[in-house]
Write a protein that binds this ligand. Structure first.
Ligand code: 13P
Ligand code: SF4
Length: 347
């Protein structure tokens, strides 16, 4: 039963003590989050992993690229475990290293040495490594603006991987007009751009998040017509049109802080993953908090980490059988770390 599983997790956590550290992303289920030693957005989780040198095992409750990042930033003696290997990220899968290298060659031909690559942390270690080797850095949704500003001090143009929406929303905030942004289609290996490419300042990789694409202009119009007093807050992985029509946009931490500090009686429609929206609804009974899309939008891969997988992982550690260790190849890790540290030094 659930109660028995919870009791076992408590018991093993107690027994293993500081040997095990459990970071949990805000999109994780409550049944998992209740056991997290720390919760956070991608940036916070990268930072705590980098600082934690005590734990021998880091049981990462999040998705694959986050566990890779933790492995890259922690010391060799620490083992990073992902409770279910199927917990990937469809956005990270939209940029593979071969496509990226081919696209980069093409872009060098068009723009010469005027581009710096930046990658959202929601990408594979191989992409981070590519970016590190080419003088670029990683970004998260909470420091994207700062990192784009930095990148423009280095080169005239930015290639932003793999989320076109975070790239476009952030560049737009910095005052770059939309007609100076081109989309690179990695499947067809060509630019989507009408006009003279020499005008382009930001090249957006054609990737997106399959959860956040479910929040639409239609959802916003419906809500505004029904209830103009509800504030709309969305994640910047939503499209430009959706962000433009919303009242606020920011990382998961930003969304949580904004709603936590809001006055009692206020109403909030939230455009982000369902587990986080449901948790905010429960935690803020004095406010009305609901999903911007009435269908509710789960991240299926985040949800693969559940109580049975957490228990199974902790039991395997208890028995000294190491399962599902995430170990990034050392050559890739070296350069990926360079890209991550360029961000962490500035974040
Ligand atoms: P943040 O927690 O950094 O806002 O990221 C959201 C996300 O989609 C993680 O996969
Ligand atoms: Fe990836 Fe989107 Fe899920 Fe985040 S919410 S892990 S970006 S698919």
């Amino acid at each position: 039963s659930v109660e028995e599983m919870e009791a076992r997790v408590f018991e093993i956590k107690e027994k293993l003590g500081s040997k095990v550290f459990i970071p949990g992303h805000h999109y994780q289920k409550d049944e998992v989050i209740q056991f997290a030693d720390v919760t956070g957005d991608s940036l916070q989780l990268a930072q705590v992993s980098a600082k934690n040198s005590k734990a021998e095992y880091i049981v990462f409750c999040g998705v694959h690229f986050m566990a890779e990042t933790a492995d890259i930033l922690t010391e060799d003696k620490q083992k990073v475990i992902l409770p279910d290997m199927r917990a990937g990220c469809s956005m990270a899968d939209m940029a593979n290293i071969n496509q990226t290298e081919r696209g980069w060659t093409e872009m060098q031909q068009v723009f010469g040495d005027t581009i710096i690559p930046l990658t959202y942390v929601n990408s594979t270690a191989a992409i981070k490594s590519f970016v590190g080797k080419n003088s670029g850095a990683t970004v998260t949704s909470s420091n994207a603006k700062k990192m784009l500003e930095w990148a423009f001090t280095q080169k005239e143009r930015i290639l932003f991987l793999p989320d076109q929406h975070l790239g476009r929303n952030t560049a737009y905030d910095l005052g770059i007009p939309l007609d100076q942004m081109a989309v690179w289609d990695p499947i067809l290996e060509r630019f989507e751009y009408e006009g003279d490419l020499s005008e382009v300042r930001v090249i957006l990789w054609k990737g997106h998040c399959s959860v956040h694409e479910n929040f639409t202009v239609g959802n916003i119009e419906d809500l505004r017509a029904k209830d103009p007093n509800t504030a709309i807050i969305v994640h910047p992985e939503c499209s430009r049109e959706v962000v433009a029509l919303s009242d606020y946009a920011g990382s998961t931490k930003y969304i949580i802080d904004k709603i936590s500090h809001a006055e009692a009686g206020t109403k909030w429609a939230v455009g982000t993953e369902m587990n986080l929206v449901n948790r905010l609804t429960k935690q803020h009974a004095d406010k009305e908090v609901f999903s911007l899309n009435p269908q509710m939008c789960p991240c299926l891969t985040m949800n693969r980490i559940d109580l049975p997988h957490l228990l199974w992982t902790l039991e395997s550690i208890e028995n000294d059988e190491i399962m599902n260790q995430i170990k990034v190849d050392s050559e890739i890790a070296t350069w990926a770390k360079v890209a991550l540290e360029r961000m962490l030094d500035r974040a």
